[in-house]
Design a protein around this ligand. Structure first.
Ligand SMILES: [Zn+2]
Ligand SMILES: [Zn+2]
Ligand SMILES: [Zn+2]
Length: 284
């Protein structure tokens, strides 16, 4: 049997998900599935709405219901998940869970989406960010963006992909990192001024080590990076008192995390010209 849409490619049945007692025939790319209406419409708002429409006549062997925007590979993995039972050991890879996220998001399988997103929690923030943007997953985008920027790891050159969408994300990550680095240096200068005003000594070695450490280090590596910087630089008597700076006291040299989040979000979505001119208008 040839595909009804392109009529040149043959259509195959997915053996694993062709249930003889199924009552809904779906086609994804060139693979057909015979599944159960009640299961699909119980789990998905998309299918519930679709299958209760009186004008929906597709879904039979003669006229399968075509599902756009997902691949057969994704959909087969998704059905493995949907038809699994409690306690089944699915042995899914993170990529597999990402397929489930894709299909679940596209066709509004709310609880499947929640479970699959949870399984991808350990995924690198830039990967999440990529998928969040590709799929329009607002739930992931903002936290993943902030985590990717503040991790301060990985160089663009180390990226193993040249997907343009992925590169575009990394350019935004770098731009936001620069904005955070500027804010951190400005904050360092402010802290030194405050200490001066209180007659607290801040020796040049400490300032140098903080200047190396603060702008581009993730919070979790502050102590290790600072210790290395202090050990490498020269020192004086006053320095000795700083050599034992704790993680806590190092954090106090950084801007508040919420302020950094705001800087990142603003760098990510700069206010458009239209917004700016509207603001100016409202001032007049
Ligand atoms: Zn076709
Ligand atoms: Zn969503
Ligand atoms: Zn010193």
């Amino acid at each position: 049997m040839n595909c009804a849409i392109c009529s040149c490619s043959p259509v195959t049945r997915c053996d694993e998900f062709w249930f003889n007692d199924g009552n809904l025939v779906l086609q994804v790319q060139h693979t057909q599935y015979k599944v159960h209406r009640s299961l699909m419409s119980n789990r998905s708002d998309f299918f519930r709405d679709m299958l209760t429409l009186p004008c929906t006549t597709e879904g039979t062997e003669a006229a399968p219901l075509f599902l756009p925007d997902v691949g057969e590979r994704h959909f087969t993995v998704f059905l493995k998940f949907l038809y699994s039972q409690w306690g089944d050991d699915l042995k899914f890879t993170t990529d597999n869970w990402m397929y489930v996220v894709r299909v679940a998001h596209r066709f509004q399988f709310t609880s499947a989406l929640r479970v699959a997103m949870g399984k991808c929690d350990d995924e690198e923030p830039d990967t999440k960010l990529y998928w969040a943007e590709q799929l329009g997953l607002a739930e992931w985008e903002v936290p993943a963006r902030r985590a990717a920027v503040l991790a301060f790891d990985l160089n663009l050159a180390e990226l193993s992909t040249d997907l343009p969408a992925y590169m575009a994300i990394w350019i935004k990550i770098y731009r936001a990192r620069e904005a955070v680095a500027h804010a951190r240096l400005a904050n360092l200068r402010r802290c030194v001024k405050v200490r001066d005003a209180r007659n607290q000594v801040t020796c040049q070695h400490l300032i140098a080590a903080l200047g190396v450490t603060l702008p581009r280090t993730s919070r979790q590596y502050l102590k290790a990076t600072f210790d290395a910087a202090i050990a490498e630089g020269s020192s004086c008597k006053e320095c000795m008192t700083f050599k034992t700076l704790t993680q806590e006291s190092l954090l106090s040299w950084l801007p508040k995390e919420e302020d950094e989040f705001r800087i990142i979000d603003e760098s990510w979505c700069p206010p458009s010209r239209a917004d700016k001119s509207r603001k100016l208008d409202s001032l007049c």
